[in-house]
Design a protein around this ligand. Sequence first.
Ligand SMILES: [Zn+2]
Length: 114
Amino acid sequence: MTDTELQRQRELIEATIAELEASMPYLEEETKAVEPSVSLGRLTRMEALNDKGVNEQVLAENRKKLDRLHNALRRIEDGSYGKCIRCGNEIPPGRLEVVPEALICVPCSEKKRR
Ligand SMILES: [Zn+2]
């Protein structure tokens, strides 16, 4: 991977991190305990609890993704970014554009699934 490509990936990862972090306060607010006394307007308590469950899932996934993205940034710093951690081959730039936090190449990830 060239320096230009690395730079582009870094910008992509940093933009994704910023986007995810911006959504966190909202999600954290939405996953706070639903107070029995809270005025929900037209929303029933059941619906509020359901939304809370969905938001908790999104929040957990965002946290995992943030971890992986920060990890990818560290890998850019130490020069191991873009190499499959299993077979050591370069991960194609097309895959990294879609999944910038990818640690393994497609053949390896397919092997893992089997
Ligand atoms: Zn591989």
